[in-house]
Ligand binder design. Structure first.
Ligand SMILES: Nc1ncnc2c1ncn2[C@@H]1O[C@H](COP(=O)(O)OP(=O)(O)O)[C@@H](O)[C@H]1O
Ligand code: SF4
Ligand SMILES: [Mg+2]
Length: 337
């Protein structure tokens, strides 16, 4: 039985993804972007979602908010359960009332998602007016309060996004995201474009806001080292499937899936000091050509015959640890010999 059963999470979850499948049908071959995702976001936790570029991380976050509906995108199965409702069954004003107000998203590239014709204050005022019906004067006071919360000078309210540095843009985007006091924050690689010092500051800010505002955060990154710094629990995504999920320390101490094991060997850390950092050979398969059997088998150093024929399910291996591999822990054991 997998970790993410209804019983395992009830009533501590704020958001639950069940059997989520998403396809793109724009090209000659349909792309299988998400292939049966089960994920629980618990109240007040930071859940890290990690995987190489192309694994399906952004598609997953966009699907939660029902943002990637449109030409060629088909949600073929599954539910996003929030507050007793399936968000995927909501349309128009129903989903817009939740998006930005109760579940907010911070994107990797703020300039692509902020309106270049609006100041930071205008973004905030628009949100407060739309979702909470707050009039200009109290909304302006709230905007100033938000800037303080994300440690930006008040003058930034009058700035347009292009006038700000990368770190300031990201802080402004976080201020906009939390304007309406959301319960859930989705963060899509919010620190990837930033240098290490600013990255650390943004991670600290998110952690502080989680505590102060009681946020539950789904934090996405391709960088396991970054996820390790912020997450309570981690799910590893590969070719549109979660292949391992565990409490952060367990995942680092005793990874079970060969892909996670290899990802860890590619992360600079104290444990790896003096050892050569490894690069995982090969690439994440294109979503239009996912290998049959275990999708990792062409890159897996311990793949056996059954791996190219059968699909390993995500099986619980410990109290809070699950992996989708026929030989969990085997690569780690071999490397240790
Ligand atoms: N609109 C789209 N049409 C077709 N394929 C898409 C579309 N958006 C994403 N994909 C494909 O889905 C897969 C996952 O993409 P994405 O979620 O952006 O990856 P990540 O965020 O993990 O880097 C990729 O193979 C990507 O090419
Ligand atoms: S199921 Fe087989 S190919 Fe897949 S990760 Fe495990 S050992 Fe490797
Ligand atoms: Mg992405």
């Amino acid at each position: 039985m997998g970790l993410t059963t209804e019983q395992a999470c009830e009533p501590s979850c704020v958001l639950r993804l069940r059997d989520l499948e998403v396809r793109f049908k724009s090209g000659a071959h349909p792309a299988e972007a998400l292939r049966g995702i089960n994920l629980d976001l618990r109240h007040g936790e930071v859940h890290g979602l990690v995987g190489e570029s192309g694994a399906g991380k952004s598609v997953l976050l966009h699907t939660v908010l029902n943002l990637n509906r449109g030409a060629g995108t088909v949600i073929t199965n599954g539910e996003v359960q929030y507050d007793g409702r399936n968000l995927l069954a909501l349309f128009g004003p129903e989903i817009r009332r939740i998006r930005g107000a109760q579940i907010a998203i911070v994107f990797q590239e703020p300039t692509k998602h902020l309106n270049p014709g609006l100041t930071i204050e205008e973004h905030i005022l628009d949100l407060l007016r739309y979702h909470l019906g707050i009039t200009r004067r109290p909304a302006a006071a709230r905007a100033a309060e938000l800037l303080e919360l994300v440690e930006l000078p008040r003058r930034v309210l009058r700035n347009y996004a292009f006038e700000l540095s990368g770190g300031m843009q990201q802080r402004a985007m976080i201020a906009i995201a939390i304007a309406c006091n959301p319960r859930v924050l989705l963060a899509d690689e919010p620190t990837t474009a930033l240098d290490v010092t600013v990255q650390r500051q943004i991670l600290d800010l998110l952690l502080r806001l989680r505590t102060e505002l009681g946020l539950s955060v789904l934090f996405v990154s391709h960088d396991l080292g970054v996820v390790h710094e912020i997450a309570d629990r981690i799910s590893v995504l590969y070719a549109g499937k979660i292949i391992e999920t565990a409490v952060d320390v367990d995942l680092f101490r005793a990874p079970l899936h060969p892909y996670t094991e290899l990802l860890l060997e590619s992360v600079p850390s104290a444990a790896m000091r003096g050892r050569e950092l490894k690069v995982i050979p090969g690439a994440v398969p294109d979503a239009t050509a996912v290998p049959v059997g275990c999708s990792f088998h062409p890159r897996c150093p311990i793949a056996a015959e059954r791996c190219s024929a059968e699909v390993p399910e995500l099986i619980q291996q410990g109290q809070q640890h699950a992996a989708a591999c026929f030989y969990p822990g085997e690569l780690g054991a071999r490397l240790a010999r």
